[in-house]
Design a binder for this molecule. Sequence first.
Ligand code: ADP
Ligand code: ASP
Ligand code: MG
Length: 402
Amino acid sequence: MLIVKKFGGTSVADKDRIYNVAERCLKDYREGNDVVVVLSAMGKMTDVLIEQAHEIHPNPPKRELDMLLVTGEQTSVALMGMAFDKLGVPSISLNAFQVAMHTTSVYGAARIKRIDTERIRHELSAKKIVIVTGFQGINKYDDFTTLGRGGSDTTAVALAAALHADKCEIFTDVDGVYTADPRIVPKARKLKEISYDEMLDLATLGAGVLHNRSVEMAKKYGVELVVRSSLNDSEGTIVKEVGRVERMLVSGVAADKNATRISVIGLEDRPGVAFRLFDMIAKANINVDMILQSIGREDKKDISFTVDEDSADAAEELLEKNREVLKAERISVKKNVAKVSVVGAGMMSNPGVAAKMFECLYNAGINIRMISTSEIRVTVLIDEEDCDRAVKAAHEGFGLED
Ligand code: ADP
Ligand code: ASP
Ligand code: MG
């Protein structure tokens, strides 16, 4: 069997954890399997590197930032290679260049395009454990890129797909995917399995346990994932295509505190206004999430939308600069907001879910600022200070507790 095993930052945070990972990989290796290990940077290393960059420059050039961040993953794979050597096992560490992990050009948010598998296959056939840096790639300029925070999961899934691996395991610091972040909701329940679509929504809406692109890719290439703890042997959660039967109404609650709400106030109420606004934002490469347009009054209307906190300043600057072109009266920006979502394939055939969500929040005395829904989710925008309470209220209201 060919097995891809990915370990996150906490799982390789220090010497003992590195040896723990090595032992776990050895078990599979000694049973005769080919083992590819994908690692993240140790502990909070990536955060530390970002802080260092900001000490030098308030807005570091993205290319140089990626050049810096990739050192985190390089440190962990090199140390892991040393641990295997100490244990007397042949292994080799490879970075994105050595593998040849090709991505798009966008620094900080690159997408994997193609992976050359020749080198890895060659090393595996020499009976080595192959240790690959997560989170990084190379672009057409032969520069390092990174895949976005949490991107090592995506490296692992992409490798599993490219190598046609028999198994792809994501080891982390919790026992699997829960009905909500167990750090916010201690009574959250571990899911035995979850569908790609539900997991994709949860991940996109803030459940940081998996990088959303990794789920997208797993679905596209039919890679079944297991999310489990690196510290114990409990079964974990399987992410796969789940049949329609026996789906729960709601499978989880997710929260995202990185949202910012931007309101463009006093726009003209006539055709083309929304197009002009969002076309401008799209051309600046800023992703918009929820959108709300007020009913027109006296030929005027307001449009509010949310963006990621990272893009908030750029969006505000762009709109202020173009306020006259847009014929807007003013721009208002609110950063301390959060998105809370309930996700579940079962809601497709159950009309009461949105109402139930609003009831939960009403009972908790939480005010809703924006709402958006899809077939399998309901999302509300609320004040950030209410976020954890809202997650708990929805989790309890939908009966998800253990
Ligand atoms: P790693 O470094 O292993 O990639 P992450 O910190 O990226 O780990 O992801 C694991 C964390 O995700 C957990 O510690 C947990 O707090 C958080 N998390 C958020 N939502 C969920 C959820 N629904 N189920 C499990 N963990 C979640
Ligand atoms: N080290 C990177 C991060 O902290 C990638 C990852 O952990 O997946 O975001
Ligand atoms: Mg992660």
